[in-house]
Design a protein around this ligand. Structure first.
Ligand code: ADP
Ligand code: ASP
Ligand code: MG
Length: 410
């Protein structure tokens, strides 16, 4: 008998029919003699609708009330799934994050899980209940509802698996596993059988939304093997696990894209020490993360300072930046919301030169201009005009041989 944590995403619980299908899968695992904890997302589109409602009420919704609102989508699905299981004759119990409790910090809409109590869940499992937990949400120490960032149900599931020392953590979604690139934009995308935590961390942080980045951080920290698979068939999916020798020899394992960032450029700032700190500190004080940064100094003593933030943070970041730009006598603040970040990821890049050059040549060959570049040991990212995203992903996927066999390092 094993303890199995299963997470079902929005599409998998997107209708009453699909919730019934989820219940059937859960029951199969339970009937095989396992203890089962199910984590569910809101029905597909539900969270987007709630976000849109908040934005209709006001431009900068209060962050506490925003979380109360967007967490409500998951309340609907836990109740429906638990009802369905009970109507099938099984013992089941639904739980909100605050009822478990899943305790987080107080950083609304990006909260981090700090502690998960196992008391109630263990008692219910001992009583052979199927536990149905609302993903994406928690509660801070003062009792306020918090949410974990978009896609956060993955993190709820892996964190619960870690806290309860589950034997298996399965992430059921609408694709068969983790692919070499988004299978919904590239027909030649290929399923990856096994991927290391580090590569998956890069893929997730660079736009492969099949797993939320925090879920992979948890999996790595607590050594949770995560099986990403489809809720619509029984095919084996992708195992996210510890790195092994086989993985290290693959040069590029995936191509990602992210269209959820926007660029802010502060033009002609006096080129003096402390300018970057002056521009960026108020943003981090407002809990806004800056992703890519480029600074170009010219000989006449001025510099252009350009950075990207997520579109969700864009309006607030722009308001803050305009104020600082005035204080430091910058000439102008320019913005671009139609950018996209395209990245190549692979453990083999650690030891292999020339990958960046090849990437830049391929993009140049298609007439795609690179606006910003950033690299790490195992990834290279470029910012380009959003209209070239799909083209860039497809040509890079082809050029690095991902459509066929893995490209291995000699
Ligand atoms: P869920 O609602 O189940 O959490 P998501 O929509 O959050 O599902 O994530 C699954 C989606 O991730 C897929 O439909 C796919 O379009 C997208 N995706 C992006 N990159 C990848 C990738 N490399 N492999 C698999 N799916 C990817
Ligand atoms: N419902 C939340 C979202 O849409 C959480 C999740 O689906 O994982 O972002
Ligand atoms: Mg998701």
């Amino acid at each position: 008998m094993a303890l199995v944590v299963q997470k079902y995403g929005g599409t998998s619980v997107g209708s009453v029919e699909r919730i019934r299908n989820v219940a059937k899968r859960v029951v199969e695992t339970y009937d095989a003699g396992n203890d089962v904890i199910v984590v569910v997302s809101a029905m597909s589109g539900a969270t987007n609708k709630l976000v849109a409602l908040a934005n209709e009420i006001c431009e900068f919704p209060d962050s506490r009330e925003y979380d109360v609102l967007v967490a409500s989508g998951e309340q609907v699905t836990i109740a429906l799934l638990a009802m369905c299981l009970k109507s099938m004759g099984y013992k089941a119990k639904s739980y909100l994050g605050s009822q478990i409790p899943i305790v987080t910090d107080d950083c609304y809409s990006k909260a981090r899980i700090e502690k998960i109590s196992d008391k109630k869940v263990k008692a219910d499992l001992n009583d052979r209940n199927i536990i149905v937990v609302a993903g994406f949400q928690g509660v801070d120490k003062s009792g306020n509802i918090t949410t974990l960032g978009r896609g956060g149900s993955d993190t709820s599931a892996v964190a619960i698996a870690a806290a309860l020392k589950a034997d298996v953590c399965e992430i059921f979604t609408d694709v068969d596993g983790v692919y070499t690139t988004d299978p919904n934009i590239c027909d030649n995308a290929r399923k990856i059988e096994k991927i290391s935590y580090d590569e998956m961390l890069e893929l997730a942080s660079l736009g492969a939304k099949v797993l939320q980045i925090r879920s992979v951080q948890f999996a790595k920290k607590y050594n949770v093997d995560v099986h990403v698979r489809s809720s619509f068939n029984d095919t084996t999916g992708t195992l996210v696990t510890k790195e092994d020798k086989e993985m290290e020899s693959i040069l590029v394992s995936g191509i990602t894209y992210a269209k959820d960032e926007a660029k802010i450029a502060v033009m002609r700032v006096p080129d003096k020490p402390g300018i970057a700190a002056k521009l960026l500190s108020p943003l981090s004080d407002a809990n806004i993360s800056v992703d890519m940064i480029v600074q170009n100094a010219s000989e006449d003593g001025y510099t252009d300072f350009t950075f990207t933030v997520t579109k969700a943070d864009f309006k607030k970041a722009l308001m803050i930046t305009k104020k600082v730009a005035g204080d430091i006598h910058a000439k102008d603040v320019q913005t671009d919301e139609s950018i996209s970040k395209v990245s190549i990821v692979g453990l083999g890049m650690r030891t292999h030169a020339g990958v960046a050059t090849k990437m830049f040549q391929i993009l140049a060959g298609e007439g795609i201009n690179i606006q910003m570049i950033s690299t790490s040991e195992i990834k290279i990212s470029v910012v380009i005009d959003a209209k070239y995203t799909e083209l860039a992903v497809r040509v890079l996927h082809e050029a690095f041989g991902l459509s066929g066999r893995d490209v291995r390092v000699d």
